[in-house]
Design a protein around this ligand. Structure first.
Ligand code: V47
Length: 353
């Protein structure tokens, strides 16, 4: 069967097929990715009304791509008080925010309880707010630092009110690239193991991929296939999120720019390779909102959300520090020809606009 015959028939694609997809022209690729997207969701584009909080930037690890953690290039260490976080959420929930997304650094100074207590306080004060928190990299840090197994940390998260896990820390699974860009961080197999345990506990999560730095297309396909294999076993991933590398204020020097063509191809290829992950998210904070809107035509069906405040990608140059007004978000989706659908964190539809 040729690649085009496989695409026409919807046959599961192999590693070699994935590489060959990058050789297709963008519009051929887009035609098949869009057909798949439309067969699943028509013209609906999902988003949620969420608030990102990054409670500390003090980090034990040194990832070359990271501009968020306090280091020589960003010597402004901070750790938020729990009351400060609760006050932000008091305000945010009064304006209709339904999810808090909590991702931060691997801070060895706070103790494990600082991480867990904030979840408990949030759930007690805002029982209806969905808490999406702790990447597998943070879980790995907490397990190692405080001598618990992954299962023990994950159970503590659940006991204290975490509902789902974000997809961060996946970066690129290829061990050679990973060693260069974030040596010492959670290994690829442990990242996958942590999500596997989380799914076994009946919980859902997302998966990211950081691209546009030193990796090659082959590494991206390998990354997608490792996720597809786990998803075959657990079914616990909701969304795949390709994160476009932001290059400012960090230690990872990259000479070549990723073209918009390559970014759109990557969304499209993700839609075609990941036949078992329901949603492909064009996270506008890293792709820019303009390209995220175009990505709706190339397989992406989710644009994340209003965010409100964002410190990780904006530290590295993204224009996402203040999130986006809901009205503007809706206008942009509608005027680009799509139907905005507010979803909850687990993709139940809340409102079709
Ligand atoms: O894993 C760090 C990335 C991630 C840079 O699950 C960078 O819905 C680009 O987890 N350029 C954390 N990216 C963010 C994250 C996330 C974001 C949006 C949605 C979801 C979700 C999860 O931020 C890290 C890392 O890959 N990151 N530095 C950078 N310079």
């Amino acid at each position: 069967m040729t690649l085009i015959e496989k695409l026409e028939a919807g046959t599961r694609l192999s590693y070699e097929d994935g590489l060959a997809l990058y050789e297709l022209d963008l519009f051929t690729l887009g035609k098949y990715a869009d057909a798949k997207r439309q067969s699943l969701y028509g013209k609906k584009s999902f988003f949620n009304i969420n608030r990102h909080i990054n409670p500390t930037n003090i980090c034990k690890d040194i990832c070359k791509f990271c501009a968020f953690s306090a280091n020589r290039k960003n010597p402004n260490p901070y750790t938020m008080a729990h009351d400060e976080i609760l006050a932000i959420l008091q305000d945010a929930t009064s304006r209709g925010i339904k999810e808090v997304h909590i991702v931060s650094a691997h801070n060895p100074q706070t103790g494990l309880q600082w991480y867990l207590d904030i979840f408990k306080k949030i759930k007690e004060q805002f029982p209806l707010l969905h808490v999406k928190a702790l990447t597998a990299a943070e879980v790995n840090f907490l397990a190692q630092e405080y001598h618990f197994s992954y299962e023990e940390i994950l159970k503590k998260m659940i006991e204290n009110g975490v509902d789902s896990m974000p997809g961060g820390g996946a970066e690129i699974f290829d061990e050679g690239v990973r060693d260069y860009i974030c040596k010492g961080k959670v290994s690829s197999s442990d990242w996958l193991k942590i999500h596997q345990y989380w799914h076994k506990l009946g919980r859902q999560s997302n998966a990211t991929m950081l691209f546009g730095h030193i990796e090659e297309p082959a590494h991206r396909i390998d990354h997608m296939l490792r996720l597809r294999d786990l998803q075959d076993k657990t079914g616990g991933f909701n969304a795949f999120i390709p994160l476009v590398y932001q290059r400012e204020n960090n230690y990872l020097k990259v000479d070549k720019f990723l073209s918009s063509n390559e970014i759109l191809k990557t969304y499209a290829i993700a839609r075609l390779m990941l036949d078992n992950i329901a949603h492909i998210k064009a996270y506008w904070a890293t792709s820019t909102i303009n390209l995220a809107l175009v990505a709706q035509e190339f397989g992406a069906d989710d644009l994340d959300g209003t965010i409100e405040k964002e410190a990780i990608q904006s530290a590295a140059g993204a224009k996402s520090a203040s999130g986006m007004e809901l009205k503007d978000f809706l206008d942009l989706i509608q005027t680009s020809g799509f139907i905005p659908v507010e979803r909850d964190s687990l993709y139940n539809e809340l409102r079709v606009y």
